[in-house]
Every structure is written in structure tokens, then in C-alpha cells.
Design a protein around this ligand. Sequence first.
Ligand code: FES
Length: 160
Amino acid sequence: MFEEKRIMKLNRRKFIKRFLIVAASIEAIFLLRDGVNKTDTSSASKDLFNAGKADSFDKNRLYPFSTGQFFLKRYEDGGFLAMSVKCTHLGCIVNANSKTGGFNCPCHASQFNQFGEVLSAPATRPLDIFPITIENGEILVDTRKPIKRSGFNKSQLSYA
Ligand code: FES
């Protein structure tokens, strides 16, 4: 009887030990898998918004990307600028103004020109821009990194 209890106790210990080893192994597998996935998702172009082929955009035209929350403008010289749709006053979504080529904010009437520079207050600084990378002819916009600026200059444009 005593011997039987001892054997059962040993078996229980063995079982718990094996269970813990299996649980730790499963945890290790998930940790490794998550680690690999994290590396994959942080790879540069996966997190970038692919706006499409550069040569599919006409010059002197504005393209809204509501899911990316930016306007992509291609200027006369072929340069691209990705501007945030958020007004720099209090963050309302600006509308494109087809007459001026700029933007109007519906909340407090700020106006911006075609480069996103302020034409009328209360906004005091231009629309933020997003970095553009052109890879294999595709326009990739990094919407995670809005860039504040004090004005427009040609170095902000990206070319295919
Ligand atoms: S939020 Fe655009 S003018 Fe106030």
C-alpha cells in the first residue's frame, strides 16, 4: 500500500515535470515565431503604403489616398509630395480645393496652397509631409513618420 502510494507520487511528479517541459517548449516555439514575425513586419517596405506605379500619376494632379490619410501630388516637373490630410491647426481633415489646387479646412477655414503652405490662419504651419521612397517604380509612402516643416522647398520632392 505504502509502495503503491510512493509509485503514484513519483508518477505524478514525472507527469508534472513532463507537462512543464512540454509547456515551456510550446511557449519557446511561440516566442521564436513571434520574434521572426516581428523581424518580418519591421522590414522597411512592408510598413510602407504602396500608392502605385510612379508613371501612372499624371503631372499637375492631386491624388487623395483616404486609407493612407494623405494626398499625393505630382507637380509639373514630375516631383512627388505626400501631404497629410490633417490640418495643422487642430487636426481636422482638409479638403482639396480644385479651383486653387490647394486645400481648405472645413473646421476653422484655414487655407493651404498646392504645396501645403498656409494661405490663411488659424493654421500657422504647412501640412505635414510623409517620406516617399520609390522602389522598382512604385511609390512607397511612410505614413508612420509625418514630417513637420516651416515651408516648402524643392528638396521635399521625390522623383522616379
Ligand atoms: S482644424 Fe483646421 S482650421 Fe482649425
